[in-house]
Design a protein around this ligand. Structure first.
Ligand SMILES: Nc1nc2c(ncn2[C@@H]2O[C@H](COP(=O)(O)OP(=O)(O)OP(=O)(O)O)[C@@H](O)[C@H]2O)c(=O)[nH]1
Length: 225
């Protein structure tokens, strides 16, 4: 699996330079920066994951990042601080992060893997009345999925609402199906694609199919080619 990691150098110092009336400025930057990174990632059929906002992972399997520094120049222009970039390759996404190095050949010479994303969607979420009840339920499930993803070397990501994704290599398909079956009141759309954007599109299509037929909780859509 392949990734590019974008690290904001001196982000801590930048946030503290904003004075005490800063939280709104930090939130403004973080959501704006992530929004622009998402657009850049979508342009190259990738997807961005972040847990900390001072470091971002761009999933690169099946993505033509090439040696051109157009992407890197665009990202650098968006950041208030210098950025460090590393490229990682490994059997799993976690291995790829552990092997991250500045040498882009690390990924250019490596084989692209197909991307699997399991999109977990709780049943009846929008009918829950209290925001806190709804989020507490989602948070507990996210916590469980996050730990399980790490055991498989994958990355879990909260998409919003009652939607949680786990990104993995396709060899984990049976384990993901077993995991999906362990959750009552859950739909799981599994998308397999030649790049992260295609895998996510397939997962959304799989969830739509589940909603139409309503008699099953797991569906797989795979871009065979
Ligand atoms: N990030 C993300 N949010 C979504 C997606 N689909 C729906 N949502 C949001 O998730 C929340 C819940 O939507 P649904 O899951 O369709 O509502 P629900 O009540 O759970 O309905 P069922 O899933 O059909 O049981 C809403 O805020 C939607 O806007 C998606 O593909 N990605």
């Amino acid at each position: 699996m392949k990734i590019m990691q974008i690290n904001l150098v001196g982000y801590k110092e930048w946030t503290e330079s904003l004075g005490y009336d800063r939280e709104w400025k930090i939130q403004n930057f973080q959501h704006g920066f992530l929004s622009r990174l998402n657009e850049i990632a979508a342009e190259i059929n990738s997807f961005i994951i972040t847990y900390r906002y001072d470091s971002y992972i761009m999933l690169l399997d099946g993505v033509l990042i090439g040696k051109n520094d157009y992407i890197l120049t665009k990202i650098k222009e968006l950041s208030p601080v210098p950025i460090d970039i590393c490229f990682g390759y490994g059997k799993t996404l976690l291995d790829a992060e552990r092997n991250c190095s500045i040498n882009i050949d690390n990924i250019l010479l490596a084989k692209d893997e197909k991307v699997l994303v399991a999109h977990f969607d709780l049943d009846g979420f929008s009918r829950k009345k209290l925001l806190f009840d709804a989020y507490l339920e989602v948070y507990k499930i996210y916590n469980k999925l996050f730990h399980y993803a790490i055991e498989l070397g994958g990355l879990a990501y909260y998409f919003g609402g009652d939607n949680i994704g786990i990104f993995l290599g396709v060899e984990n398909i049976n384990k993901i199906i077993e995991l999906a079956n362990s959750f009552p009141s859950m739909k799981v759309g599994i998308g397999i694609g030649n790049n992260p954007r295609e895998a996510l599109k397939n997962a959304a299509e799989a969830l739509h199919t589940i909603r139409i037929y309503r008699n099953r909780k797991i569906e797989i859509v795979d871009s065979k080619n």
